[in-house]
Structures are given as structure tokens and as C-alpha cells.
Design a protein around this ligand. Structure first.
Ligand SMILES: [Zn+2]
Length: 142
């Protein structure tokens, strides 16, 4: 997370790359009450750059939970592992929707640690996914 100003051109590129969805929880920006933010995948404070390969488009909730983390505990393996990098990794490799598609599940240690670190099944997201499901806008096309 950073307060450094990201040029509009970069922001627009990231919005297009993400299809205007949060790159972590996949929520559509159109249904957010807050403008989306730009996450530094490797935080500025850890030497990350404000360039596309290190930036992700995300909702305020995910950005707040991520803060400056780039690793987190996978409770199943007990290992500290890198959290999901939307520029280098594919969402489907690390995550899936549960049988109840309001819930995200982790398929890998990275997926599980990211769900925990960013709280990707927080109550307001579950509620939003339920509403989007009702209007056939969830699960999103990957
Ligand atoms: Zn999000």
C-alpha cells in the first residue's frame, strides 16, 4: 500500500488489465462504493517500483489487508510462502470458488495464505458475491 501518486495512464492500464476487477478478490469495481486502489505487489517500503510488473488493481479492502505484506503463513503446510502475485501468476492456478460460490478456496499454499492474509472471504465480500450471484454476475469469467 502506498500513498505515492500513480499516473492516470498507469492506473487506466491496470484497470484494463484487471477487467475493472480487484485482482485479489475479483470483485467488480462497478459494484464498489469506493474507487479501486493501486497495490504495490512488493511494497515501496521494501524496494518495490511503481511500474506495471509490480502493480495490481484492487479494492480498498484487499489493499488494506495486504498493507506491505508479500508473504504469509499457509496454515496447512506451516510454511511462510509468497502471497499471490497477479502479474506473474494465474488466479485459477491458486484459487477456485467453493461449492457455494460465495466462498473462495485456496488450491495451493499461495492461494491459502493469500485468502488468510487478505481475508478474501470477509463477510462483506460474501454478501456482495451473493447479490452478484442473484443477478448472474458471479462467479466472474476468468
Ligand atoms: Zn478485493
Amino acid at each position: 500500500m502506498s500513498k505515492q501518486r500513480i499516473p492516470n495512464e498507469l492506473r487506466d492500464q491496470l484497470a484494463a488489465l484487471s477487467k475493472n476487477r480487484c485482482e485479489y478478490c475479483l470483485s467488480p469495481e462497478a459494484f464498489s462504493t469506493q474507487p479501486f486502489e493501486i497495490d504495490h505487489i512488493l511494497a515501496l517500503s521494501l524496494g518495490g517500483l511503481s511500474e506495471i510488473p509490480n502493480l495490481a488493481y484492487c479494492c480498498r479492502g484487499c489493499n488494506s489487508h495486504k498493507f506491505n505484506k508479500n508473504k504469509a503463513l499457509d496454515e496447512i503446510s506451516g510454511l511462510i510462502v509468497p502471497i499471490f502475485n497477479p502479474r506473474e501468476q494465474s488466479w485459477q492456478e491458486h484459487f477456485a470458488w467453493d461449492n457455494d460460490p460465495c466462498y473462495m478456496i485456496g488450491l495451493t499454499s499461495t492461494g491459502r495464505s493469500t485468502i488468510d492474509a487478505l481475508n478474501l472471504n470477509r463477510p462483506k465480500l460474501i454478501e456482495l458475491r451473493g447479490l452478484l450471484l442473484d443477478i448472474h454476475k458471479h462467479p466472474p469469467e476468468i
